[in-house]
Unconditional design. Structure first.
Length: 116
């Protein structure tokens, strides 16, 4: 199976367990990996046959902008469910990066993988 990746999708979210985090939007980065059949798509060269990664990226940005969750684990799971509900995807991986979560750490992230 081929893999389609969107890496480093920058989003702004209300996320966190602390009171101040509920008032200040934080920058997150989202990585997506979706199983696809690139050989079939390459033959047709038709966006209608493909999983439109531009549409998916826009959907994730909009979803995260309106989501109000406390944990990055919850956000990752909800992104995965939304993508399964809206697109013909059989397997996906979602990574949510919250770089400001831990002082002196470059990044904190959760990676989940789901199969339909």
């Amino acid at each position: 199976m081929d893999k389609l990746r969107v890496t480093g999708l920058e989003v702004s979210a209300l996320i966190g367990i602390h009171a101040w985090e509920r008032q200040v939007r934080q920058r997150l980065w989202i990585d997506l990996e979706l199983d696809t059949d690139a050989a079939h798509i390459a033959i047709s060269d038709d966006i209608a046959a493909a999983v439109d990664y531009g549409t998916i990226a826009g959907d994730v940005v909009d979803f995260v902008a309106h989501a109000e969750v406390r944990l990055i684990e919850t956000l990752a799971a909800r992104i995965a469910q939304r993508l399964f509900d809206g697109y013909p995807i059989s397997r996906l991986k979602v990574v949510v990066h919250k770089p400001s979560a831990i002082p002196n750490a470059r990044d904190t992230s959760i990676e989940i993988e789901r199969t339909r």
